[in-house]
Design a binder for this molecule. Structure first.
Ligand code: OSB
Ligand code: MG
Length: 369
């Protein structure tokens, strides 16, 4: 397909409530969108980089620069027929996976529209509904956290994930389990612990957690494999898994028993499918991670969650948990059973509210062929 133009945009969207992790607090999202025009159609991609390079090395500003100067012009000159060609086209640039994913995912979005099939179908998805969980940030007090959990459990979410860090972990889990003995519960440390904390982390075993996500260094497999031997609770890797080879290494080393796949973190749909297939063949369940996405990134997360091995509830939840007004129509809604019904219309299945996008845009850059 001939690419007529790529527009890169930055939007400012305030979260309805702050989100705190072990690495910081986010109040306002700076969302970078890639809008690709081709032969009368428009594909959209979202860059999931954070405002600061705290989750990974990438940030909004590094992604903007590398798309404007390198990836955008390269892709615009390449006329890809399929989203799956993007990794090869963009391979000369090393790393910068979130920047690459913003472009690649827009091409998949276009390809699905061109073929008149849903993005889920194009990706090889098989599910008509997906199970949903929520990720709950660190709160200012335990009673406040208990109220938030109550609200999300009542809304139907099938799995509650709590952000944790030293000082907000066992004390919290004791109170949560006392009030909610039967919920499916997990924790995410975002690399807040070290191997010397192994005995402490082993005390989490008594809380019957589905998993403990990324307890140690963001770039590690070896120490996680040492830690996994000392825990009954399954380790899930997030930050460490950048691609299929990482997933294979982590599985081989027994660094984890579950993997979280994030589209941006692995560089787009192609690599997400590759990680999915590798884990499926080896019996390692996966789920879809979230990065506080707007509706566009959310619609892509929903589509990829329909692949066979996404057996655990993802961090894919309703638009209203993040935004007063989402930039898609309809908004993402979750049923009282904690499920999202997959749209079967061509493409991403949620219309982009272009007027609203235009109003929220704070900078825009055009890349032409
Ligand atoms: O580690 O999963 C994470 C948000 C920002 C950065 C990292 C993470 C998260 C979340 C939020 O957990 C998931 C979501 O609700 O989008
Ligand atoms: Mg995580």
């Amino acid at each position: 397909m001939k690419i007529d133009a790529i527009y890169l945009r930055e939007l400012h969207l305030p979260l309805v409530r702050p989100f705190q992790t072990s690495f910081g607090t986010t109040r306002n999202r700076r969302i970078v969108l890639a809008e690709i025009h081709s032969e009368g159609l428009v594909g959209w991609g979202e860059c999931t980089a954070g405002e600061h390079p705290h989750f990974s090395e990438e940030s909004v500003d590094t992604c903007w620069q590398v798309i404007v100067d390198e990836l955008g012009p390269t892709l615009a000159g390449a006329s890809p027929e399929h989203g799956g060609e993007c990794p090869r086209i963009l391979a000369q640039v090393r790393g910068n996976r979130m920047a690459k994913a913003a472009l690649e995912n827009a091409i998949w979005d276009l390809e699905a529209q061109r073929k008149g099939i849903s993005l889920s179908q194009l990706l090889g998805g098989t599910r008509e509904i997906i199970p949903c969980g929520v990720s709950i940030g660190i709160q200012s007090s335990i009673p406040e956290l208990l109220d938030v959990i109550e609200r999300e459990v009542s809304a139907g979410y099938q799995r509650i994930k709590l952000k944790c860090k030293p000082g907000w972990d066992v004390n919290v889990l004791e109170r949560v389990r006392a009030k909610f003995p039967d919920i499916t519960l997990s924790v995410d440390a975002n690399s807040a612990y070290r191997l010397k904390d192994a005995d402490h982390l082993a005390t989490f075993d008594e809380f019957d957690l589905l998993m403990i996500e990324q307890p140690l260094w963001h770039d590690d497999f070896y120490y996680h494999s040492m830690l996994q031997k000392q825990l009954n609770t399954a380790i899930c890797l997030d930050e460490s898994i950048r691609n299929r080879r990482d997933a294979l290494a982590a599985i081989e080393m027994e660094s984890c028993r579950i993997i979280n796949i994030k589209l941006g973190r692995v560089g787009g749909f192609s690599e997400a499918i590759a990680v999915h297939n590798a884990t499926y063949e080896r019996g390692i369940p996966v789920w879809c991670g979230g990065m506080l996405e707007s509706g566009i990134g959310r619609s892509h997360n929903i589509a990829v969650s329909t692949l066979e091995n996404y057996v655990l509830p993802g961090d894919v939840s309703a638009s209203k948990r993040y935004w007063a007004e989402d930039i898609i129509e309809p908004e993402v809604t979750v049923s009282p059973k904690g499920e999202i019904v997959i749209p079967d219309t061509p493409g991403r299945g949620y219309e982009v509210r272009t007027d609203l996008v235009e109003r929220l845009t704070v900078r825009k850059h055009e890349i032409r062929t």
